[in-house]
Design a protein around this ligand. Structure first.
Ligand SMILES: Cc1cc2nc3c(=O)[nH]c(=O)nc-3n(C[C@H](O)[C@H](O)[C@H](O)COP(=O)(O)OP(=O)(O)OC[C@H]3O[C@@H](n4cnc5c(N)ncnc54)[C@H](O)[C@@H]3O)c2cc1C
Length: 431
């Protein structure tokens, strides 16, 4: 079956829904094609338990001037502020790290970051001269006299503050550009009733076709033809919001091939991993006043943080996070192996009597064929110019949106939203 429309939007994540709703409001006939049997993409609220649990994005980062706030107000969504400073830290033996040592650790990380900035200022040209953030850290730390336990503590802080935020190991991140991008001021907040409500709101009134796996996008002066496993759709323009991981995998063929500069950008930018393990226990056995439980690991980067969802949901739930290479490794484990690894850490802190969880949820974002990662990062050797190249339209046929195309706000829900609106404006301005 072949059909035609004005604009075809590929992907019903936040970027695709934002583009589609703005285009439809401007009078275009729009069809959204989505591979999954649900909308939202990497905003994915599990509703099989008694309370909503986020398996993808959790937080709205920065409430001031954040464009998501307009939608939050429109659907009157309840928000709860997160205070990351409400953080309890445990050492490798499971003992609570005193406040003064935690403060020293924070100061130490600040000093390291300052020295990294100085090092970066001496690098002449980010693209040519780039080294990994890990190599830069080793240069900085070679002048420091850290004991093995101090180094372990610092590595914990780096994993929690940098590797979890960017979903990548420091050895993957660009020293020059790893922290490129901007943030909104204000609190980070989450949605106790579910992030998916915001997505549902964005999707109102749109023609969204689920379980349509796009396989090929052909384009010419005459228009665009999008081939799915089940149907073919013709349009004047396509907005492509495929995640960077999907673009990297070549699961969707372009005919003719995409311009070389765009292909280079796809190769050079990184797609990171951040996975969650959600553990529902019979009762709370941890400090309920804490929002985040930090655990200095014996092996770098493993199970460094658990988030206390009891404060948000009233249910005895902890969420463990793993990023980068360890996050990728555990995707190959069975659910019970992953749970056992987390329980070893929790029992080290809270004792052998800690009960097994009653139920669990395990994410595998990199194995997910329609995400192939959690979110993008600037890898060693890449630069913000690659983000711009990824975002650049191909003629007046193909338009690219999605978090990885947002120079200022990559890796976020608001970045995805703004990128969708940006491409809708671009199409609106054509005529
Ligand atoms: C674990 C995790 C935690 C996160 N935490 C936060 C957070 O707290 N705050 C925050 O702001 N951001 C967070 N993010 C990032 C945020 O979720 C994303 O940046 C954002 O949702 C991306 O939206 P998007 O529209 O660009 O892509 P997506 O949501 O991935 O949308 C792309 C859509 O394309 C579809 N698709 C893929 N292949 C095909 C195909 N062949 N044919 C048709 N459709 C296809 C996908 O199914 C998907 O629905 C997190 C992400 C993850 C994974």
């Amino acid at each position: 079956m072949s059909q035609s429309t004005d604009v075809v939007v590929i992907g019903a994540g936040v970027a695709g829904l934002a583009a589609a709703s703005k285009l439809q409001a401007a009078g275009w006939q729009v069809v959204v094609l989505e591979a999954r049997d649900r909308i939202g993409g990497r905003v994915f609220t599990n509703r099989t338990w008694e309370i909503p649990v986020e398996l993808g994005a959790t937080w709205l980062h920065g409430t001031e001037d954040n464009p998501l706030m307009e939608l939050v107000q429109q659907c009157n969504l309840k928000m709860q502020v997160t205070n990351y400073d409400n953080h309890w830290l445990y050492d490798t033996k499971g003992k609570l790290v005193p406040d003064n040592i935690q403060e020293e650790l924070e100061d130490c990380l600040d000093d390291v970051l300052e020295e990294l900035d100085t090092l970066r200022e001496h690098m002449e040209d980010g693209d040519e001269d780039d080294i990994s953030l890990q190599d830069a850290l080793e240069i900085v730390l070679s002048h420091w006299k850290l004991s093995p336990s101090q180094r372990r503590e610092l590595d914990y802080a780096i994993a929690a503050e940098i590797e979890h935020e960017y979903a990548a190991d420091c050895r993957e991140l660009s020293c020059y550009y790893w922290d490129e991008g901007e943030q909104f001021e204000g609190d980070d907040s989450l949605f106790p009733q579910g992030y998916d409500q915001l997505v549902e709101h964005l999707a109102t009134g749109l023609d969204i076709r689920l379980q349509q796996i796009v396989q090929q996008i052909a384009y010419s002066d005459a228009g665009v033809e999008v081939q799915c496993d089940r149907a073919t759709l013709q349009a004047a323009h396509a907005v492509i919001t495929l995640p960077l991981g999907v673009l990297k995998s070549n699961a969707v063929a372009f005919s003719p091939a995409l311009p070389t500069r765009k292909q280079t950008a796809i190769q050079r930018l990184g797609m990171g991993t951040l996975n969650k393990l959600v553990l529902h226990f019979p009762s709370v056995f941890w400090e309920d006043e804490a929002e985040v439980l930090g655990c200095i690991p014996k092996t770098r980067g493993e199970w460094v943080e658990f988030y206390n969802l009891h404060r948000v949901t009233g249910q005895p739930i902890l969420v463990g996070f793993n990023a980068g290479s360890y996050g990728r490794n555990i995707e190959t484990w069975t659910d019970s192996e992953t749970v056992a690894a987390a329980m070893q850490v929790l029992r080290r802190v809270y004792g052998a009597a800690v009960p097994d969880p009653l139920k669990t949820l395990v994410t595998r974002w990199t194995a997910d064929p329609f995400a192939q990662g959690a979110y993008s990062f600037i890898a060693k050797g890449a630069s913000p110019k690659d983000i711009e190249a990824l975002a650049k339209p191909v003629g007046d046929r193909l338009f690219f949106a999605g978090e990885a195309t947002s120079r200022k706000y990559a890796a976020t829900v608001h970045g995805a939203l703004l990128s969708g609106w940006r491409e809708a404006d671009r199409i609106n301005n054509l005529h």
